[in-house]
Design a protein around this ligand. Structure first.
Ligand code: ATP
Ligand code: MG
Length: 366
């Protein structure tokens, strides 16, 4: 039975389609884990409204919800095993967000490095809404509404998950009288409603984008839907070729440092080869030749085009099938959202009970 497996929760903001960063950071893990775990994948549409331009284009957000769901199915997430759902249709998440906001000191939230990185890299300046930092609180609710054991994410999410762990501890200590000295893994056993969740990083913690380094930090930026530096799981071979051939390469090629590391160096080309090229012998020897100036960008880029087309094209082909049938994708979302509500409502009931705000029981239907 699904219910007896340990649960995982993760998801994406519908701000575009899925890219290679999502794939190695999280989606690949999800596909591999769906037999062993009871999987919940949230499409966080409310969080898409945190961007000043996007909030004025709700049709774009709606379209992206379907795009992401289509990408999930194309990448191999099986709706018979996993639950895919839409955040705004889970009222318990919004309700928990409000309660959780009381458990997080405001200044603690504003020191969150991921929020600050987003403010910098997305050029939000001082124009972001109150809802922007609020999304980090909301994400605690997205996760804890499902009381999961593991949360598969990319490295950028770790500060958010730390916040989520703090919220769970504070809630359980205050409202369930869990002893503050309890080990993280034992909070639920000790009577807590919420588990102190564990992040699970993907094979690549932070895939870089195809563009030049940030002028401010000198570091390559992470691949991101919002930064216009992504190769998408839905890109056709021509688009992949154009993107790879125009990919930034460091004029000083000796700086082609190890791309798998947190500091990816200055050359996305090798980050991609190391991450995606199954011919590791070719990568090791050509990389040395490249550093020595014995092989050019174009040859290495051509090879990368072949590697990426081989990975992406089967996904794109499956995607074309789902694209023909958006009604089927919506059906998957509706069934998933109904299943997700059953779990989240139960969590909310337990939380309200612990907080002594359980006045009238309710049932919810779509
Ligand atoms: P946005 O620009 O809208 O923030 P994004 O591309 O950062 O979009 P998210 O929806 O914020 O994508 O992230 C979804 C998941 O994918 C998270 O677990 C995140 O850590 C992971 N992820 C996103 N980009 C990368 C990346 N470049 N490398 C590894 N993991 C990533
Ligand atoms: Mg992001």
């Amino acid at each position: 039975m699904l219910e007896q497996k340990p649960r995982i929760l993760t998801g994406d903001t519908p701000t575009g389609r899925l890219h290679l960063g999502h794939y190695v950071g999280s989606v690949e893990n999800r596909v591999a884990m769906q037999d062993q775990y009871d999987c919940y994948f949230i499409i966080a549409n409310v969080h898409a409204f945190t961007s000043p331009e996007r909030m004025e284009n709700p049709a774009g957000i709606r379209e992206s919800v379907l795009e992401i769901a289509t990408d999930y199915l194309a990448a191999g997430i099986d709706p018979a095993k996993s639950t895919i759902f839409i955040q705004s249709e889970i009222p318990a998440i919004a309700e928990l967000t409000f309660f959780f906001a009381m458990l997080i000191p405001f200044n603690r939230l504003m020191r969150n490095p991921t929020l600050n990185e987003e403010i910098r890299d997305k050029g939000l300046g001082d124009k972001y809404s109150f809802g922007f930092p609020m999304y980090a609180v909301g994400q605690c609710a997205d996760i804890l509404a499902f009381r999961p054991e593991l949360v598969p994410v990319g490295e950028d999410q770790l500060p958010h998950l730390e916040l989520c762990r703090e919220v769970a501890r504070r809630f359980d200590i205050i409202y369930n009288k869990v002893d503050p000295h309890t080990e993280d893994k034992d909070f639920v056993k000790a009577g807590g409603v919420f588990p102190v969740i564990q992040p699970k990083l993907g094979r690549v913690k932070r895939l870089v984008g195809i563009g030049a380094p940030s002028p401010e930090t000198g570091q390559l930026l992470k691949m991101s839907k919002s930064l216009n530096n992504a190769i998408f799981l839905s890109d056709d071979p021509d688009t992949i070729k154009k993107k790879v051939m125009s990919m930034y390469t460091d004029p000083n090629r000796k700086k082609a440092t190890d791309p798998g590391e947190t500091d990816p160096g200055k050359n996305p080309l090798w980050a991609f080869h190391e991450t995606f090229n199954p011919d590791t012998a070719w990568v090791a020897s050509t990389r040395e030749k490249y550093k020595a100036g014995q092989v050019g960008d174009v040859e290495c880029k051509r090879k990368l085009v072949d590697v990426l087309v081989a990975l992406i094209d089967p996904i794109r082909q499956r995607r074309l099938q789902y694209e023909k049938d958006p009604a089927e994708v919506l059906k998957v979302l509706k069934a998933g959202t109904a299943r997700a509500n059953a779990v989240a409502e139960e969590t909310l009931r337990l939380a309200k009970q612990a907080m002594k705000q359980d006045y009238f029981p309710r049932t919810l239907s779509l």
